[in-house]
Design a binder for this molecule. Sequence first.
Ligand code: NAD
Length: 498
Amino acid sequence: MRFIDHHIVGHSGGAGAGRTGDVYDPNTGKVQASVTLGTQADLDRAIAAAQAAQPAWAATNPQRRARVMFRFKELVEANMDELAHLLSSEHGKVIADARGDIQRGLEVIEFCCGIPHVLKGEYTQGAGPGIDVYSMRQPLGIGAGITPFNFPAMIPLWMSGVAVATGNAFILKPSERDPSVPVRLAELFRDAGLPEGILQVVHGDKEMVDAILDHPAISAVSFVGSSDIAHYVYRRGVEAGKRVQAMGGAKNHGIVMPDADLDQVVADLSGAAFGSAGERCMALPVVVPVGDQTADRLREKLIPAIEALRVGVSTDAEAHYGPVVNAAHKQRVENWIQTGVDEGAELVVDGRGFTLQGHEDGFFVGPTLFDRVTTDMSAYKEEIFGPVLQIVRAKTFEDAVRLPSEHQYGNGVAIFTRNGHAAREFAARVNVGMVGINVPIPVPVAYHTFGGWKRSAFGDTNQHGMEGVKFWTKVKTVTQRWPDGFGMSGGDLPRGSE
Ligand code: NAD
């Protein structure tokens, strides 16, 4: 069986020693690899290598650091097919989505190719008599990233790209459910010329996460995952004196105004609610039609569109989506469907018990639609993270603004309308971090910034863009005065210069 090891300088652990985790092929339901689950001792080795390498990397001029980013981008592009297949085989998302996962991460690397420009700092000449003030952004030293299973390329690259380009050493603890692509990315960074010790990968579970959070040599931790764990990571990391950003779960709403183009909405929802089996933090699992007429018309169009979705193995080029990540998650999604039924929502399309011929043990869940979901139901309040779409009927625009605003999560939200004023009001008033206007999945481009509000993010800086640069650097401000030792202002000339 394939063994997935750490990527630590000088490490030659090999199979056999210590705890391991199973990595499944979600298409077949079979274990395809085993990943090492590391300990404090593994982390200590990675830290020692990072400490040895980081000062020289920080002293490397930013243009040279950017050149590594350029070369890395070329290498990832050259290996795109291999990476996408590997990603898809462990995660279960279809190849097109796997390529998108990698591509969105690469866009952060493209942003990092311009790192010399964003690190230029600020300068004020003559802030006082003979006094200038300037500021510079310096790396923090050693940073760590802890990432979820659902974007095993994009999210590690959100963090590692900016952390490394700004002069830090970075230690990644990827999800133990699909750990292979993060290791390949670290290898490609090495091949692109990144010095050893600047980007390392340690595998593990809670034991490794705790070791990272408590380690005094790590200055900053970036986390993405579910909200309870995000909150835990935030609290424990801050308690240890670190800078922490911790992104959590989501339950994004799509508001459908009576004037919306419903055919377009249905096409958008097919991708946004069901794509990647709903395992996206920017998926759109709640749709909020305004007015009963809108709701009825939308429902009528949604049912055939959902029934036409093709669920298949992740290598099926025709499939809309593949299996969910593992058996426990499949069970969890199906339990939530039952909870929705028990709480009184109307189950319109039931995806439970879905099997694919020849892949009966794969972790597939059919597309599911609920109508008449209400805000008191736990199946509405909690994140399901599966191919389940819930219709929550709103009477007015005001109700529609209130629903996502009052929800515990505040990652993304969308409004579908032809009315510019309604859209503008909605964007200004809704209590959510990322807003789409006729855009179902409003993930900002890499040179803007990604982050939700409320229980979708703990901490005060977002991922990538200038917010990412702020997170991974600290500002030093210099106030300087040079006394007129050379008599340039009319005093005596210094001795020897007559
Ligand atoms: P998860 O919380 O189970 O795992 C995330 C990371 O935390 C993994 O590296 C895992 O090893 C570690 N971890 C798991 N249990 C832990 C524990 N008890 N103590 C310490 N560390 C632990 O999340 P997941 O299932 O891998 O990913 C899906 C979740 O991530 C969803 O809730 C999704 O919304 C969220 N997510 C959020 C964003 C965002 O930007 N807000 C982006 C992607 C995913």
